[in-house]
Write a protein that binds this ligand. Structure first.
Ligand SMILES: Cc1cc2nc3c(=O)[nH]c(=O)nc-3n(C[C@H](O)[C@H](O)[C@H](O)COP(=O)(O)OP(=O)(O)OC[C@H]3O[C@@H](n4cnc5c(N)ncnc54)[C@H](O)[C@@H]3O)c2cc1C
Length: 292
């Protein structure tokens, strides 16, 4: 690997300035589970790496009104085991447990996962149904964006070259939301990820949030399937009503699946239909409410 300089900032501002000063010759470094592999294989080369984890407090997980705020230095394992995440976002804790393997989870960060923008990401899909937001900082200040506005393509984000993600803000689901996440695949990374969050009032789906990831370059919400589920009775859906099957069919139609090493388009569309049904049934079966 080409030698590089390691910059260890102690503030977010210092990190942003280091990126700006390098004029594109520097990259942020968190767990390094993606970045160092890409550098070792010669796919990426930087003169300077700016270590996110050297910024004190950036790994904190805190509560801000109804949202859990996860600092950019927090590893997958830290998120999985954090008491606030377990209490307010049990489905995120469950999904983090299923990311990669223990070695990767112990050093890799949630923020690094999102910012690498690899299409086969579990959190990028799940966070769409939480309607999470991201705090972004740069030399000229900070801004907040919807999680769905981060990734613009395979390995591409809307972040400027001198910007860093500082925190992931995840609002807890309202009471009465039944949620589930399914992943499937035979490779290291998932071939498919589906998240469902159904707000149930008086036995009826009052609101539905569905997200699909991994089968195409960017994870997406499935608005046509969500529309079909709103107003449907939970007991009918649980019996695999025509609405449940139609929502799953539309999900497969709207998948925009692409062929890659995980499989062809037809195969992925079939997986989406089957796993959407299963995910909805699992979410509906969580009749104690909550997302866990
Ligand atoms: C064997 C293996 C299996 C895996 N399985 C899964 C899986 O099942 N599901 C899944 O979702 N993922 C999986 N992954 C991906 C894994 O989650 C990521 O590798 C990890 O989260 C990346 O985090 P990191 O801190 O190591 O990022 P790094 O490698 O340090 O950085 C990754 C990228 O993000 C940028 N970056 C890092 N932090 C910031 C920041 N704060 N602001 C802006 N840019 C930043 C870096 O510059 C770099 O471009 C797997 C990875 C491996 C190696």
């Amino acid at each position: 690997m080409k030698p590089f300089r390691l910059h260890e900032p102690t503030t977010v501002q210092e990190a942003a300035s280091a990126l700006a000063d390098a004029g594109g010759g520097a990259a942020l470094y968190a767990g390094g589970t993606e970045l160092l592999l890409a550098m070792k294989s010669g796919l990426l080369a930087y003169d300077t790496l700016v270590n996110v984890k050297s910024i004190p407090g950036l790994d904190a997980v805190t509560l801000d009104r109804d949202a859990v705020v996860i600092g950019a230095g927090a590893t997958h394992s830290a998120v999985e085991h954090d008491p606030l995440v377990r209490e307010w976002l049990p489905l995120l804790s469950e999904v983090e447990h299923g990311v990669a393997n223990l070695r990767v989870r112990n050093v890799g960060t949630l923020a690094g996962n999102l910012c690498f923008a690899e299409p086969h990401s579990d959190p990028a899909t799940l966070l769409l149904v939480y309607e999470a937001e991201l705090d972004v900082a740069g030399p000229s200040g900070s801004r907040r964006i919807a999680v769905g506005d981060l990734q613009t393509g395979s390995y591409e984000t809307s972040l400027g070259p001198d910007e860093l993600l500082t925190a992931v803000r995840v609002p807890a689901f309202q009471a009465g939301v039944r949620a589930a996440y399914s992943k499937f695949g035979y490779h290291h990374r998932p071939t498919l990820g589906i998240a469902a969050a159904l707000a149930v009032e008086d036995g009826v789906v009052a609101d539905a949030r569905l997200a699909l990831g991994c089968v195409s370059p960017v994870a997406r919400r499935l608005s046509r399937s969500e529309d079909v589920l709103r107003g449907e009775r939970v007991d009918a859906l649980a019996e695999r009503s025509s609405a449940l099957r139609e929502a799953s069919r539309l999900a497969s139609e709207d998948a925009d699946a692409v062929e890659d090493m995980h499989g062809g388009v037809d195969y992925k569309e079939h997986l989406v239909r089957v796993f959407m049904e299963r995910t909805l049934l699992r979410a509906l079966a969580r009749n104690g409410g909550g997302d866990g």
